[in-house]
Design a protein around this ligand. Structure first.
Ligand code: 2NL
Length: 348
């Protein structure tokens, strides 16, 4: 009985170590172990030498051994069918091409922001970024928006609960002007910055508006900066952005932080000015607001308005991106649906 146990153990070891692969090796295994003259048959024959009182136990061992051998055979056959090697380990086919590493794609908002920024960088503007959670001074007061200005209304602005003891009101910035205020407060002149970033407004979310979106604002302050500088800078931007053939018009407007203020339209780049849905049959599309920095704003930041003047402008990123890429719902930008996102490439 002890001999039988030892023999079965040795056989099992041999079976486990069987290293042949492929159809032929599996068949050789079957003949060697499970065939009519195979080793399973051979050890079964040993039953007749086992004493009666141990037959039950020996029968169980032999049965188990047979199942073990059959399982190994099944494994070898399966591996052979799958073109794999012994033990079920895949044998790599070194001639196959490697797995493609999936490439991410740039977000359409990032692409548009970069397109805008790079034009101003060529004019010598530096990029500045600032906090999205801002105090009341940098978002409103310094920008000549006094305490009861309607834009400060809870309806329009997300206020942050900073606790009972907060010395000032905290909020989510409603424009990136806060960053330009911080640049001016540094006291280093001249200033020529472009400020991209995310801004927040308490709007009902729909296909056309969201409670957060992206802006690029610009600021240029030096001695003798004029409205003519503003116009030429923005003409250059429009030509680079929308092409040589677009026409431009300025309309007088109002912002608390600029005086005079204007809005700039370009001839509709969809219909060429003939009138379509995008330009609402007017032939013109509004793309940005701008103006000469209000003397109160300069003063608030410690800059002498008698010595320095400057211009500023601000534009949204979502709308030009929607027009450029033919996107009809602003919510797609923030839903992170990869099927949507992977359609955009860096190619302009
Ligand atoms: C718009 C209009 C504008 C500014 C932004 C600005 C910033 C400082 C001082 C003065 Cl620190 N002005 N920014 C000026 C005019 C217009 O944005 O329609 N934005 C989407």
């Amino acid at each position: 009985m002890q001999d039988l146990i030892q023999k079965l153990e040795a056989y099992k070891q041999e079976i486990t170590n069987f290293s042949g692969t492929g159809e032929q090796a599996a068949e050789a295994f079957r003949i060697q172990w499970l065939g009519t003259k195979g080793r399973v048959k051979e050890v079964m024959g040993e039953m007749k030498h086992v004493p009666v009182e141990q037959k039950k136990e020996a029968g169980q061992l032999l049965n188990e051994f047979k199942l073990f051998t059959e399982a190994r055979y099944a494994q070898l056959k399966e591996a052979a069918a799958a073109g794999a090697g012994a033990g079920g380990h895949a044998v790599p086919d070194l001639t196959l091409p490697g797995d493609a590493i999936p490439l991410g794609s740039r977000h359409p908002i990032s692409l548009m922001r970069h397109k805008i920024i790079s034009i101003f960088q060529r004019l010598g503007f530096a990029v500045a970024e600032g906090p999205e959670i801002e105090d009341d001074w940098h978002n409103f007061t310094a920008l000549n928006m006094p305490e009861h200005h309607p834009a400060r209304d809870m309806q329009d602005t997300f206020y942050v609960d900073a606790g009972e003891n907060a010395a000032v009101d905290w909020l989510l910035r409603t424009h990136t002007s806060n960053t330009q205020i911080r640049e001016m407060e540094k006291g280093k002149l001249p200033i020529r910055v472009i400020c991209p970033g995310r801004v927040y407004r308490n709007e009902t979310i729909s296909a056309r508006s969201h409670c957060f979106f992206h802006q690029v604002e610009g600021l240029y302050i030096d001695e003798n900066v004029s409205f003519a500088d503003l116009k030429q800078t923005l003409y250059f931007f429009v030509r680079e952005m929308y092409g040589k053939d677009v026409r431009v018009r300025f309309r007088p407007s109002y912002f608390p932080f600029t005086e005079p203020s204007a809005e700039m339209d370009v001839s509709c780049f969809i219909c060429g000015g003939k009138g379509c849905n995008i330009c609402k049959k007017t032939g013109w599309v509004e793309i940005l607001g701008c103006g000469m920095v209000h003397p109160n704003v300069l003063q608030n930041c410690g800059i002498d308005p008698e010595k320095y003047t400057g211009f500023a402008f601000g534009m949204g990123v979502e709308r030009p991106a929607m027009l450029k890429y033919g996107i009809n719902d602003i919510r797609l930008f923030s839903e992170n649906d990869v099927r949507f996102l992977k359609q955009f490439t860096a190619a302009t």
